[in-house]
Design a protein around this ligand. Sequence first.
Ligand SMILES: Nc1ncnc2c1ncn2[C@@H]1O[C@H](COP(=O)(O)OP(=O)(O)O)[C@@H](O)[C@H]1O
Ligand SMILES: [Mg+2]
Length: 278
Amino acid sequence: MTATTPAPKLGGNAGMSGSDYLEIRGLSVSFDGFKAVTDVDLTVLQGDLRFLIGPNGAGKTTLIDAITGLVPATGSAQKAGVELLGKKVHQIARLGIGRTFQTASVFEQLSVLQNLDIAAGARRSALTMLRRRTSVLPSIEEALELTGLGDLRDRPAGVLAHGQKQWLEIGMLLVQNASVLLLDEPVAGMSAEEREETGNLLRRIGGERVVVVVEHDMDFMRAFASSVTVLAAGKVLSEGTVEQVQADPKVQEVYLGTTAAIGTALEDEISVPSKESV
Ligand SMILES: Nc1ncnc2c1ncn2[C@@H]1O[C@H](COP(=O)(O)OP(=O)(O)O)[C@@H](O)[C@H]1O
Ligand SMILES: [Mg+2]
């Protein structure tokens, strides 16, 4: 762990002192005999901003689907010691696991505020919702503030820019009190400026939460990841800091064979004088 990484709030033992964590052990997913995810171990602590990278078809989305109950899996996936596998999608959501999809899924005709209110409503009774209809919940104010969508609260979500829709989705997870956020390619299709904004948003919310970001963009990863797990053909290929993972010959092999993205990233890295090779 580098000095610049915000230290996870740990009392010597994950799970003590109110710290949250996601702990995956031996997780496997098969589709009709095809192993999409094989024996994956992954531990992400509160305060970590973990990037999950890997070529197309590596099993990144399937892993998130398994954790959130959308596909059956074997092995174990625990949030702060509570087993998630075998539970229903809504039970897992209620335990504070939130995820976004590769394509944003907001209610386009409804306003930003209404979208957030519906998300918050997942945790409230119909009566409370009715009573509170005219006032804005503190958790919603906070989500508007964190996502920078405050000025757009009355706009229909459908007119938001692509990046803003992703931020709204993240805001919806925040009002649901999700403490583990699994974000599937949140910056795909975003402008450089939107990526930067998203990275800063992830930093703001990441300190108190467990955040896993599936991502292809290597520049974005290098700018914001505090740690990286590389998945390939359903297995964990490598794990560590950005530098460690990029220097791993196994990772170079997989990426150089499939995409130029990390190749360019690696060339950039090599042109930087490396003082700290361990
Ligand atoms: N519902 C499904 N049925 C059969 N195969 C699937 C299903 N979902 C994903 N797969 C396969 O599992 C592998 C991993 O897919 P996916 O998790 O979407 O990869 P990634 O998100 O890393 O690009 C791929 O080979 C994909 O075709
Ligand atoms: Mg995917």
